[in-house]
Design a protein around this ligand. Sequence first.
Ligand code: BGC
Length: 371
Amino acid sequence: MRAVAVFPGQRTVRLVEHPAPRINAASELRIRTLEVGVCGTDREICTFVYGSPPADFDYLVLGHEALGEVVEVGPGVSRFRLGDLVVPSVRRPCSHAECSGCRADRQDFCFTGDFTERGIKMTHGFMTEQFVEEEKHLTFVPPELRDVAVLVEPLTVAEKALAQVWQVQERLPAWALPAGASAERGRGRNAVVLGAGPVGILGAMMLVANGFKTFVYSRSLPPNPKAQLVESFGVPYISALAVSAEELAERVGNIDLVYEAIGVASTSFKVLKVLGTNGAFVFTGIPFPNPAISVEADQIMRNLVLKNQMVFGTVNADRAAFEAAIRDLGIFKRRWPQALQSLFTGRYPLEAYGDLLLGKQRGIKNVVTLA
Ligand code: BGC
């Protein structure tokens, strides 16, 4: 099978002939890959600063944002049939008996660090024609989401973040969900999204769908296609080059939630300084290790205490986040069909990997199409 492979030892990225996968356990399925999204993590792995091949390989098959179709089911599989569309999750559990995260199927909270990640850390990914996966790591995709379901994985970043925000903010009397309340739990709250890449834009859609008054704060000056896109679903786009964090806070009012998807520490810590009273700030970006920067640490620390603020990071995603992402993509598709389609910059064959992974970053979401 053709596969896009990263050879960290040789510092090359190329198409390889990769062995076709076989079902080895009753609970496994064989999946034909339909589409794979390209993200910043993939591009970083191709600079050899991140990612690692499986122990017995000198290369890693790339790709962790996939959509596929079931072509074979093991005898113990109960939730899927041939022809079903599925999305795989990324992280796989460590093997340590004492890891309460992994043993509870919450490898996103692995304690040992010995988890693996498909297409990233010690397990091959999905930029290849077929893959085999255990049933519990797959989520069903309704056929009507075929054209957008490759966005599920990046949306899970936001879904897990928001699920954590709800839990964290249960500390506040006013955030508790009233009995029988609708999905619009964020109504009356202000949210700021940092960054206008796919994870930021999808996060902004999710926050609007949850009732938050949402703003996107990102670097580039408007007009630009990302600003146009977020404004098309009613979210003001504010450029960090034109508007300071203090001015942002004046415009927004009490910043109840910051969803960071920009991966830039300097912008993030400037906005952390203006987080509102009782606010939560959730980090999802993984910046490249840059030289140290100075931040207004005393002011941030005063605010954290005197304003009861909460700052936390979130990585990867659990099954509930995948299910929430599929439900929300359906909502986005009904509410903002045009905006959702505009996230896609282009769809390309596997052979275009060089340009997509090593060339200049272009547009919003590029997708490799295999079928
Ligand atoms: C993926 C996550 C992963 C993280 C760190 C992200 O691009 O979406 O699943 O945990 O990279 O490797």
